[in-house]
Design a protein around this ligand. Structure first.
Ligand SMILES: [Zn+2]
Ligand SMILES: [Zn+2]
Length: 140
């Protein structure tokens, strides 16, 4: 070993250099970032095409569906990937805040049936079905 080499001796007392971090996952890279606060769509993970405010409203919208196990699942979509067919809607009678329903659940509600699992979910979220449907801000 080359004990006289000062560089080698010094390095013995240096803290070990930090491990280089593993590369960040590819999905973190957003091709074209229009605004710093714009989040990629939680469903399709694409960067927004629409204006950031519109995109934020789009992905804040709650879409409800019944899962294979009979539970209510809340989904979020951007303008590009949201469903366009077989929809139904429930809205607060006082402010118009609405829930979009898809799949089997949309079919039930379109037929004027509110499945128990949906009523249970609405109640847990603070919605009130009586005397008219009201959102958490307006339920009493
Ligand atoms: Zn999307
Ligand atoms: Zn309301």
């Amino acid at each position: 070993m080359n004990e006289d080499d000062p560089a080698t001796q010094l390095s013995l007392f240096d803290p070990a250099p930090p491990e280089p971090r593993a590369a960040e996952p590819e999905q973190q890279r957003i091709p074209e970032q229009r605004a710093p606060q714009a989040r990629p769509c939680p469903s399709c993970h694409r960067a927004p095409d629409s204006a950031p405010e519109q995109h934020a409203r789009d992905i804040a919208q709650q879409w409800l569906e019944i899962t294979a196990t009979g539970q209510i699942a809340v989904r979020h979509f951007c303008a590009a990937c949201q469903p366009h067919y077989g929809l139904a809607f429930l809205a607060c009678e006082l402010c118009g805040l609405d829930l979009f329903l898809i799949g089997e659940l949309a079919h039930e509600v379109a037929e004027d049936r509110l499945p128990t699992v949906l009523l249970t979910w609405l109640a847990a979220e603070g919605w009130s079905p009586h005397p008219v449907l009201t959102c958490p801000s307006h339920a009493r």
